[in-house]
Design a protein around this ligand. Structure first.
Ligand code: ATP
Ligand code: MG
Length: 267
């Protein structure tokens, strides 16, 4: 049976050691959607993606992908499921000693028994999809930041995943590359029949391409809705995010003892 919801996160809690990060998160992504996950730095967005990818297991609740409970899969089951997931890592650099072509081919060579000429066609199709077929023989050092991001995107979709997760795909891009990357995520999702989860700080760019947005704060979802809902929201948290205001409910500091106590250095 095909599940309408590709990703279902139900009441998920997770902490590193004793420090809780997520405290009961609910989130769903329907097949074919582009979903944005937003929230301030350190709120647990990357952690949420790692739970979906099965790198970590929830302390409470369930994470289901295509109907399978990720936290309960054995290593073989997890391996099988991960083949259906593409990931654009937050700081994911390309392999610097391999050409663009070999970077995109890497997973195909690792995970399939396809002959080299089939791999070649697949790699060139993926590079074509991101507009960089002509750059196949370049080395990563010869690419601009925006081009490198698109190569990483081609690499993420190389195995034809059903789910692609992007961790900060817009970080460090100029306004044009930003728009190109956003449109590319939308277009690849629609043409390849993917489902996309985009973790980002970039509200304006993501509101142009998403079907639905979740805001994470203090370990829970504090707001959600369509781009239209989010733009019209008068929740202080969402307002601060959408309008990029420095002052508001989003804290700047990582939790710490009181400043005065800390500076007294035990004196
Ligand atoms: N491997 C780890 N071990 C211990 N603590 C961690 C680990 N990874 C993350 N954390 C902590 O968990 C919290 C959430 O981290 P996470 O990386 O999920 O945040 P984020 O929302 O992705 O932030 P950013 O927007 O800055 O990337 C942070 O407070 C971080 O310090
Ligand atoms: Mg992160």
């Amino acid at each position: 049976m095909q599940h309408d919801n590709l990703v279902e996160i139900e009441d998920v809690a997770f902490g590193y050691g004793t420090r809780p990060v997520l405290k009961g998160v609910n989130l769903t992504a329907k097949r074919g959607q582009v979903i944005a996950i937003m929230g301030s730095s350190g709120c647990g967005k990357t952690t949420l993606l790692r739970l979906i990818g099965g790198q970590i297991k929830p302390g409470q609740g369930t994470v289901r992908v295509a109907g399978e409970s990720v936290g309960e899969l054995d290593p073989a089951g997890l391996y099988r499921l991960r083949r259906k997931m593409g990931m654009l890592f937050q700081f994911g650099a390309l392999f610097t000693d391999m050409s663009v072509f070999d970077n995109v081919a890497f997973q195909l060579r690792e995970h399939t028994d396809l002959p080299e000429d089939a791999i070649r066609d697949l790699v060139l199709m993926k590079l074509h999809a991101v507009g960089l077929r002509g750059a196949a023989q370049l080395m990563p050092a010869e690419l601009s930041g925006g081009m490198a991001r698109r190569v990483a995107l081609a690499r993420a979709i190389a195995l034809e995943p059903t789910l692609v997760m992007y961790d900060e795909p817009f970080a460090g891009l100029d306004p044009i590359s930003l728009g190109v990357t956003g449109n590319l995520i939308r277009r690849l999702t629609d043409t390849l029949g993917l489902t996309s989860l985009v973790v980002t700080h970039d509200v304006q760019e993501s509101l142009k391409i998403v079907d639905y947005v979740y805001f994470v704060s203090e370990g829970v979802i504090v707001a959600k809705g369509s781009a239209e809902d989010i733009r019209a929201s008068d929740l202080p948290y969402v307002h601060q995010f959408v309008h990029g205001e420095a002052d508001g409910p989003v804290p700047f500091h990582y939790p710490a003892p009181s400043y005065a106590d800390d500076l007294r250095l035990g004196g």
